[in-house]
Write a protein that binds this ligand. Structure first.
Ligand code: HEM
Length: 431
């Protein structure tokens, strides 16, 4: 019996025990789950790699983990069967209002996404988003004097400043806003145990953020329509004046709140983790730096998003099964996921599935775009996808242009976490 066979038989025992009764092997089940949880949190890919081979769809207790490329896409594209679970918490954050990531496929979902697509436009990327991001990042790198905490002094600052500017809000305490967005994100998406401390922090953060958005909207309302700047709030007001439904002040606030929660901690995390992966590979870091210095933005972005594949923002996305459903029907590993089960669509695992991703353990920048699932798949695919393609490389580029870029000495130079989010990664470079 090789290691895979042993694991397979162990998984089968754990799976059947987990589904039926947890008596004779309860300790083994719990140990296994604890071990799996630790692994999954810190470095899930080795576990995913084994699952892809021996148990591509694992069901333990009431949770299914789906690991193969096409199965992950099947789960995320069947939004009627595998539904998002964020509504209740979205309403807590929104002061009673849901946000479209918390909605099932419905007229309200379509209305709100359409409104936000009307006010946050892809054509703003080259002339507006990128110049703002680049100038802000360059200013921070230049001011640092050659030593910079990529999380605290760059990655979380730029998206926060960008949100305030692009939305057209009142000035904000950037540190507070970034911290508030982070705890709200944690509460909504990663706090699976409903930790009361996280819940309390998120409620307080949400109240502060709602108040700031209310004041921003009121201040902007006090200006005449003719003098409204052409920014997100100005464009929302234009829809409101045209009598478009679902665009009253509370709806504007809820949409902006949901967007800023989605935008700030994710961007910050991706910047830190992508850079960390590049620092782990000096040859790739060197190539990425050459791409940055020669302003080959497409190639540079290729390095950033390939680096992120090794430590993505989220290894998987959660759904709940609204009915019994057979995933991978007709295949040898077809598996019925029972109604009510939680489902983890392991997007990182999909990005390492060698039937779709050539030599997945190699760092390559020539992969077709469809292999990347950093931004999800299907109905709820990231609203900010095209912003991210510009913003994350745009934040890192000024730093990677610097000579002699390296980790700071000691612990400061290691990527450190506070909960699910990076808290610090300090680098040094020739100023
Ligand atoms: C590095 C940056 C980002 C990453 C890695 C990221 C990742 C994701 C992922 C994986 C999802 C899918 C969630 C699911 O299916 O359960 C998602 C959805 C979403 N993201 Fe992002 N995101 C990023 C930045 C942004 C930005 C900048 C914005 C806003 C400007 C944003 C707004 C949203 C929204 C609104 C949704 C829900 C879309 C929907 O329900 O249709 N995200 N994001």
């Amino acid at each position: 019996m090789d290691i895979s066979d042993k694991l397979k038989s162990s998984l089968e025992r754990v799976e059947s025990a987990g589904m039926v009764a947890l008596d004779p092997v309860q300790t083994e089940v719990m140990d296994f789950l604890d071990g799996l949880k630790q692994h999954l949190i810190q470095n899930p890919e080795p576990v995913f790699a084994i699952l892809r081979r021996v148990k591509p769809i694992l069901i333990v207790k009431d949770t299914a983990v789906v690991t193969l490329f096409e199965d992950v896409q099947e789960v995320l594209s069947r939004d009627d069967v595998f539904q998002v679970t964020y509504r209740e918490k979205m309403e807590v954050i929104g002061g009673g209002s849901n946000f479209f990531l918390g909605m099932q496929n419905s007229p309200d979902y379509e209305r709100d996404v359409s409104h936000m697509r009307t006010v946050i436009r892809r054509e703003d990327l080259p002339g507006r988003v990128l110049p703002f991001v680049s100038a802000t990042a360059e200013g921070l790198v230049a001011a640092s004097g050659g030593r910079l905490d990529v999380v605290q002094q760059l990655g979380r600052v730029v998206p926060t400043c960008w949100v305030v500017d692009y939305f057209g809000c009142l000035e904000a305490d950037e540190n507070q806003l970034a911290a508030d967005a982070t705890v709200m994100f944690q509460y909504l998406f990663t706090d699976l145990t409903n930790d009361p401390v996280v819940g309390k922090g998120a409620r307080e953060a949400a109240a502060r953020a709602r108040d700031w958005l209310d004041r921003s909207i009121a201040q902007r309302k006090s200006q005449s329509p003719a003098s409204q700047p052409d920014d997100v709030i100005g464009r929302c007001f234009a829809l409101q004046r045209a009598g478009v439904p679902g665009m009253d002040d509370i709806a504007i606030r809820s949409n902006l709140l949901g967007l800023l929660v989605g935008a700030i901690p994710t961007t910050s995390k991706c910047c830190a983790q992508a850079l960390d992966e590049l620092l782990n590979r000096p040859d790739k870091l060197d190539e990425a730096q050459q791409a940055a210095r020669s302003d080959n933005d497409a190639l540079f972005a290729g390095y950033v998003f390939e680096a992120l594949r090794f430590n993505p923002n989220n290894p998987g996305l959660f759904r709940i099964a609204a009915q019994d459903y057979v995933v991978a029907k007709g295949s040898m590993h077809a598996t019925t996921i029972p109604r009510g089960a939680s489902v983890v669509a392991a997007t990182q695992s999909a990005m390492f599935d060698d039937r779709f991703v050539e030599k997945p353990n190699e760092f390559r920048t020539d992969r077709p775009p469809y292999v990347y699932m950093h931004f999800g798949y299907g109905l709820h695919k990231c609203f900010g996808e095209y912003i991210n393609r510009v913003q994350i490389p745009g934040i890192l580029k000024p730093l990677l242009k610097r000579r002699n870029l390296r980790r700071a000495e000691g612990d400061a130079g290691r990527l450190q976490y506070s909960g699910p989010f990076p808290s610090s990664l300090t680098v040094s470079f020739d100023p």
